[in-house]
Write a protein that binds this ligand. Sequence first.
Ligand code: DGY
Length: 292
Amino acid sequence: MKVLATQRFAGPAWDELDDVEIGTLDELREDVEALVVANESVDEDVLARFPDLRLVANYGVGYDRVDVGACARRGIAVTNTPGVLTDATADLTLALILAVRRGLGVGDRLIRRGEWTWTWSRGFLGDEVTGSTLGIVGLGRIGAAVARRAQGFGMHVLSVRSGATDDAVDALLRTADVVTLHVPLTPETRGMIDARRLASMRDGGALVNTARGELVDEDALVRELVSGRLQAGLDVFADEPRVPEELLALDNVVLTPHLGSATVRAREAMTRLVVDNVLAFERGEPLPTRVA
Ligand code: DGY
């Protein structure tokens, strides 16, 4: 089965694919039966360029840029890589919470600029994580793993599940010191953290996002951050790899380049799952992690 992948993915499992080509989704390819993508857009236009396509194997748990409905209409199966990146993403979430609340980014930059000239006892003060309230939006695998870690840090954990009522989400946003997002990007969740909800967050509160940038009204978030009223730890952005210019100079924001699953273990396990799905498809077996 001819497989086209948008890149070579990490780990030894990749070599188990015997007919894989690295390429783009831009050209008409009548020979390709399976695509491996890292949540690149697979919409009607792309599908039209692959008339023989039977499988889209997404490298990642989030497949929001794959038009699953269009795939289903054409009889194309879609798979993703759930579970194996849960711990890595939850770890990064806690890292961002700690970094934002304790000023790791600003402290690191200050030292590198040679500006640390005072005794420790006069240093700037952060916010204690222990005893603060964490609001988790989305209590799936990653949200639940964040909750377990946060309890270890002595945080009070509040949560709402994906699909919770608007009132429940509003109440969580108003109450938490730190809000962290763990819902998938869908038409219902796009922009759910809007200007009104951001404005309802506590003064000095922090928003942490390791899910998808489009969950948040990014312009409204930038305004809150520029004003200094809120803090943020952001691993994802609405138009990656573009990061709003205004954020670059802010000390109340910690920025990382979509590192949620970026550990050797997680990434190799993601490749393993992608390859298992492709091989199962070839053999006519049930797909291990089929989403459509
Ligand atoms: C995913 O799996 O959807 C992530 O964004 C990759 O870290």
